[in-house]
Design a protein around this ligand. Structure first.
Ligand code: PMP
Length: 377
């Protein structure tokens, strides 16, 4: 099997799983219980939280544990809009956000919120001048992903955060799900940051929303205080500690792992350049872990299934999108409709080997030629 869909999810690291199992076995107490077992669990929880603070170099921030980035994005966006509703009803975002941001904002549009979409430049980055021109007195929230899940564009969120410092009534939310664990990040100028552990070899079902202490949120889930008044439910200690472990491991040799992925990405791109009708949609602003291409003459699902026959697993668009539609991301990036409706995503990991890429390219050639021949008949 050759797995090239790491941006959809990653296999769990065995050390992370071991941590999870150990905590399940050894810390049975509810971290909010007053007895000794509860106190032990709570101490472990505090240590895990402090590690996240250290690893992400957080200043004056709260960590809210969630079930994953979908919940974090919902909590950030709905929580800000609801808490600060007296400030205004205007949101700024982009057309390349993950469905968990896009659909949350669509829900708010139905509730009467007004949304502006920032233009993207031809290089895929946000037009910062346009963003500045969109901000008004009623803008409560700017929500932009650090790295989008389809094309892998890394947006200048530090610069955007710097600009937004002049607008203290506007909260800045960043979905960092595709960035954390893959690239060096700087969260200093960001008010709210979402991510999921399963994107960096952690377990599915745990994520975080990091919140600057000065920002308030209306919770979505009501109940007991848990680890934070913003998200009720018994603290999921084994998942939390395993997330911390995964995060720490993902930071080990980050540069080395990045360079390995970069080399593999280049190998694929160099190979595919020989095809006129294969369009490389990712560009130099994309992280190398995500390579989006369009096969203009072949249905993406057909190609994904054809490679699947060889046990090679890639993705059409991102795992959470509707396969039948053109990609909003590619349309927003000024790509023509045939390119936007025929994209596939190859996503790489530091675990990917050069041999796997050779195999992938071999079967790519084989299936591409066979399917092109069939459509050409
Ligand atoms: N944001 C981005 C950018 C993502 O790639 C994903 C996962 N595909 C999510 C949010 C949602 O994460 P989860 O499915 O873990 O809730």
């Amino acid at each position: 099997m050759i797995y090239l869909d790491y941006s959809a999810t990653t296999p769990v690291n065995m050390d992370v799983l071991e941590t999870f199992n150990k905590v399940c076995g050894e810390y049975i107490g509810n971290a909010n219980s007053l007895h000794k077992l509860g106190v032990n669990s709570n101490e472990l929880l505090e240590r895990a939280t402090m590690q996240i603070v250290d690893l992400l170099a957080l200043k004056s921030s709260d960590i809210i544990y969630t079930s994953g980035a979908t919940e974090s994005n919902n909590l950030a966006i709905k929580g800000v809009c609801s808490f600060y509703k007296k400030r205004g009803n205007h949101i700024i975002t982009t057309r390349i956000e993950h469905s968990s941001v896009k659909e949350t904002i669509n829900y708010l549009i139905k509730q009467g919120y007004e949304v502006s979409y920032v233009n993207l430049l031809n290089n895929g980055l946000i037009d910062i001048d346009h963003l500045k021109s969109l901000i008004k007195d009623t803008t409560v929230l700017v929500s932009i992903s650090y790295v989008d899940s389809e094309v892998g564009l890394k947006q200048p969120v530090e610069d955007i955060g710097e600009i937004l410092k002049d607008f203290p009534r506007t909260v800045f939310h960043v979905d960092a799900t595709q960035a954390i664990g893959k690239i060096k990040i700087n969260l200093d100028n960001i008010d709210l940051v979402s991510f999921s552990a399963h994107k960096f070899y952690g377990l599915k079902g745990i994520g975080c929303l990091i919140k600057k202490e000065t920002i308030e949120l209306e919770p979505i889930l009501h109940g007991g205080k848990s680890t934070s008044k913003y998200r009720s439910g018994t603290p999921m200690l084994p998942l939390i500690v395993s997330l911390t472990r995964a995060l720490r491991l993902s930071f080990d040799n980050l540069d080395e792992k990045y360079n390995h992925v970069l080399k593999l990405n280049k190998k694929i791109v160099d190979h595919l350049l020989k095809y006129d009708r294969v369009i490389i949609n990712s560009n130099k602003n994309s992280i190398p872990h995500i390579l989006n291409i369009s096969l203009c003459d072949i249905k993406p699902e057909t190609f994904v299934h054809a490679l699947g026959e060889h046990k090679i697993y890639i993705s059409t668009k991102s795992a959470c999108s509707d396969v039948n539609l053109s990609s909003d991301t590619l349309l927003a990036l000024h790509k023509p409709n045939d390119v936007a409706s025929s994209s596939i995503r190859i996503s790489l990991s530091y675990l990917t080997t050069e041999e796997e890429i050779d195999q992938f390219l071999h079967f790519f050639d084989l299936e591409y030629k066979a399917l092109n021949f069939r459509t050409g008949e």
